[in-house]
Design a protein around this ligand. Structure first.
Ligand code: NDP
Length: 329
């Protein structure tokens, strides 16, 4: 028997969750690797799945948790053997498939990544989808010509999961990082993880009035979308790129095309869910080399399975700071 946080929906549409004891017969039949999970985490999407919002979960009862890290218990795939340490992020695990809020999962070998040397399963989940995505965003900006001498890089939603890891990585790489936050009380935290200045959310969340503002940012990692992304596009330096990662402030993009046409600004889409295996490995290797582990510790708060319903609601309100690591055992 093993423990899992099971989310269910009543006939009148109310979503509830409870920790249950399950046996192996409940594990999905279409997986070919069974993993003893050590840690999971809480991302924005987990908040949606835990609360039944956003229409991500179609079938109940469901086990959320879009990320996990653990040890292979049994494998029908030649790439993995019992005892191997693995990470899983994306592939709609925890949304359409059994997720990481359990002590066990059975998944497709294609979805796994071997845990990089020099990273523990706990550290991998401190990174999680949010941090992995932050790394993909940094890689995309670099691939489009960003380097530290080009100028200041903006991170929006800076005190959140993606934003905190992005800030730490960029600072370690020598970038001058400005972090946008709606929580002024996080200023010391943001500076401690590498932001050189903090920009108040109010400065950027009003609608676009002028399609071009003064050229301020050499690059941007945007977790917010909406008005903020639209405003940032008009503030990019000539040829600069914005990596669009999230929609914490809205899915609309009320912008003009002028920054693309007159300043050669690039808008780069970042998807962590369907990334090919080779790029996943490249990103995890970059996490090991470019994310300072002492900074990672500073952004982590520990949690247990029983904390998840509360944390799910909190992340949707934008009130979780940094990254949550869930010890499922
Ligand atoms: P968090 O909740 O940890 O961070 C989001 C941050 O955005 C908040 O902490 C807050 O930062 C800011 N924010 C929240 N609401 C608003 C608002 N209304 N207006 C402006 N800013 C706001 O979530 P994650 O970091 O886990 O995820 C961030 C986003 O990235 C989400 O939309 C998520 O779905 C998306 N995402 C996308 C992925 C992909 O593959 N493309 C992968 C992972 C995440 P502060 O308090 O500092 O202002």
């Amino acid at each position: 028997m093993f423990k899992a946080l099971v989310v269910d929906k009543s006939e009148d549409g109310v979503v509830t969750s409870a920790i249950q004891e399950l046996d192996d017969s409940r594990l999905p039949l279409d997986g070919n690797v069974t993993v003893a999970i050590e840690y999971s985490t809480v991302n924005y999407k987990d908040g949606l799945c835990l609360t039944g919002s956003g229409g991500l979960v179609r079938n109940y009862p469901h086990i959320p948790g879009i990320d996990f890290a653990g040890v292979v218990e049994q494998s029908d795939d030649a790439r993995y053997n019992p005892g191997d340490k693995v990470i899983l992020t994306g592939w709609r695990v925890g949304e359409a498939w059994w997720g990481g809020y359990a002590q066990k999962a059975r998944v497709k070998a294609d979805w796994l990544v071997p845990l990089p040397k020099r990273l523990s399963t706990q550290q991998a989940m401190a990174v999680g989808t949010a941090g992995f995505t932050a790394m993909l965003a940094v890689m995309a900006l670099e691939d489009h010509g960003l380097s530290s001498e080009k100028g200041e890089v903006l991170v929006t939603g800076a005190a959140g999961g993606v934003g905190s890891v992005a800030t730490s990585i960029l600072a370690k790489l020598g970038y001058d990082v400005a972090g946008v936050t709606g929580r002024p009380e996080t200023a010391d935290y943001l500076k401690s993880i590498g932001a050189s200045r903090v920009v108040a959310r109010e400065e950027l969340n009003e609608t676009v009035k002028r399609p071009l503002e003064s050229e301020t940012w050499a690059g941007c990692i945007d977790a917010v979308g909406g008005n903020m992304l639209a405003r940032v596009l008009g503030q990019m330096k000539y040829g600069g790129s914005v990596a669009a990662v999230g929609l914490a402030g809205g899915a609309n993009l009320p912008a003009t095309v002028i920054p693309f046409l007159l300043r050669g600004v690039n808008l780069l889409g970042i998807d962590s869910v369907m990334q090919p295996f080779e790029n996943r490995q490249r990103a995890w290797q970059r996490v090991v080399s470019d994310l300072p582990l002492d900074k990672l510790e500073a952004i982590v708060q520990p949690a247990k399975l029983s904390d998840l319903p509360e944390l799910g609601a909190a992340i949707l309100k934008g009130s979780v700071q940094g990254r949550v690591v869930v010890d499922v055992n």
